[in-house]
Design a binder for this molecule. Structure first.
Ligand SMILES: Cc1cc2nc3c(=O)[nH]c(=O)nc-3n(C[C@H](O)[C@H](O)[C@H](O)COP(=O)(O)OP(=O)(O)OC[C@H]3O[C@@H](n4cnc5c(N)ncnc54)[C@H](O)[C@@H]3O)c2cc1C
Length: 426
């Protein structure tokens, strides 16, 4: 075994980058562009598996909002991130990809996508950046240990594609192994293990931007429904703590859609503290209760007495919601409209303006877009991304305790921190 371990790769490298995701590719390419000899080790069969599925295959690669609004969407350690962002901002990301031949388009909410609508174009551009500057990329190679001696890093041990353990020496190692969400893309949390082994604190990991599971009895009947223009309030222990406007959807994983994902981070933390959590949906946010009451009166006046209550509800909400909504109101969907009481119309208004869904759980890391928690930022130099505990050891991307809302912010975190780590001194 010792013999196998001693079989150090002959080439000498200035930097070994662990993980060829968004952060690792950016770090490796940047280091190589600055003249470093770089080895990039990736455990999956090809680089950037996660980037290829981002933004539903379209990759929302950054967000074009101004600095202040951008910062408001970063949920942890914004002060730490600011230096990396100043060095490589959202504008720099856009320029970078345009220069790499990826034309971009900015959509609603200042979200930036490749014009082609193909996430693969972003992944390929990052890989090309590395290859262009002669980064040596080894896939099917899982790093198993970061080697340190006397407070300095000197290389890594890894399993090569044939399953043999090897080591490679280098004075710098960048850990860009991502989080633990969507583990099938390769991010299984190895970086936290490496960090912990050399004395770093890893802040508790929680799924973020993840579907929320409701215990509401009607939810089982609301499946594969996407609702637009909904106002969603997150209530914790009976108090509204956050509000989001936009899309919400119901699937077999739970309640999701951009609004819920954005609220999920606070919801998950509250559930972990065993507090009571609910989502309250306003399905008619553009109408006050008074205007909605008038609208319902007009609809009813327009109907024949023998028409059904369900037909009125159908005029107000999408079809898949009609039966669950009638059940929620405890009014039979086949009741003649002429038989519906004033109190029942009032209940309809109340539920349309505030349908409450108790939240009992959240979907696991398998479905979470990002991981909250990670390597404690206070132990990392924000000007370089170098560990304050181990010389020559750097961190970049989701492995750090930084996470953000949906909208392109998380990839920008990976690009900014990856770029800064790649500027290391050889
Ligand atoms: C479904 C989905 C959609 C998303 N959409 C968006 C979006 O549109 N916009 C946005 O901003 N963000 C989006 N995100 C979040 C974003 O993709 C991540 O925050 C970002 O990819 C993190 O980059 P990273 O390089 O830190 O980690 P990753 O991209 O996870 O890369 C880590 C890499 O390290 C490799 N690795 C791990 N351990 C080892 C090891 N021991 N040895 C060697 N290699 C290893 C992994 O295989 C992986 O390739 C999405 C996430 C998901 C899951």
């Amino acid at each position: 075994m010792e013999e196998i371990l001693n079989n150090t790769t002959e080439t000498t490298y200035d930097v070994v980058v662990v993980g060829a995701g968004a952060a690792g590719l950016m770090a490796a390419g940047t280091a190589a562009r600055n003249g470093a000899k770089v080895l990039l080790l990736e455990k999956m069969e090809k680089p950037a598996r996660k980037v290829r599925i981002t933004g539903k295959g379209r990759c929302n690669l950054t967000n074009a909002r101004g600095e202040e609004e951008f910062a408001e969407n970063i949920r942890t350690n914004i002060e730490f991130l600011k230096i990396a962002f100043a060095e490589f901002s959202n504008r720099a990301t856009m320029r970078f990809f345009e220069r790499m031949g990826v034309k971009l388009r900015t959509e609603r909410g200042e979200r930036v996508f490749p014009e082609s609508g193909k996430a693969a174009d972003v992944a390929n551009a990052l890989e090309f950046y590395c290859r262009d500057y002669d980064v040596e990329i080894q896939c099917n190679t899982r790093v198993s240990e970061v080697l340190t001696l006397g407070g300095k890093v000197y290389g890594v041990k890894y399993f090569n594609k044939r399953g043999y353990e090897r080591k490679v020496e280098a004075p710098n190692v960048i850990i860009a192994t991502g989080g633990v969400s969507y583990p099938r893309t390769g991010s299984t949390g190895d970086g936290y293990m490496f960090a912990d082994a050399v004395g770093h604190t890893v802040e508790p990991l929680r799924p973020s931007l993840t579907p929320l599971v409701t215990s509401h009895p009607q939810a089982q009947y609301i499946r594969d429904v996407l609702l637009r223009n909904v106002n969603v309030k997150l209530c914790i222990d009976g108090e509204v703590v956050r509000e989001e406007f936009g899309e919400i959807s119901f699937s077999d994983r739970g309640i999701e859609g951009a609004t819920t994902l954005r609220l999920s981070r606070d919801a998950v933390d509250a559930l972990l503290e065993e507090r009571s959590v609910k989502l309250v949906l306003d399905l008619k946010p553009a109408l006050t209760e008074e205007i909605l009451r008038e609208r319902i009166k007009r609809e009813v006046a327009d109907m024949q007495p023998e028409e059904l209550f369900a037909e009125l509800v159908r005029r107000l909400v999408p079809k898949p919601l009609v039966v669950p909504l009638c059940k929620e109101l405890d009014v039979h969907s086949r009741l003649y409209i002429s038989k519906v009481t004033e109190a029942e119309f009032e209940r309809l208004i109340k539920v349309l303006k505030g349908w409450s869904f108790p939240i009992s759980d959240y979907a696991s890391f398998d479905y979470a877009v990002v991981t909250a928690g990670g390597v404690n930022c206070a132990e990392v130099n924000e000007y370089t991304m170098e560990s304050k505990l181990v010389k020559g050891l750097y961190f970049a991307g989701e492995v750090l305790d930084i996470d953000a809302n949906t909208g392109g912010y998380n990839l920008q975190i990976a690009f900014s921190t990856g770029h800064l780590a790649g500027l290391l001194k050889k």
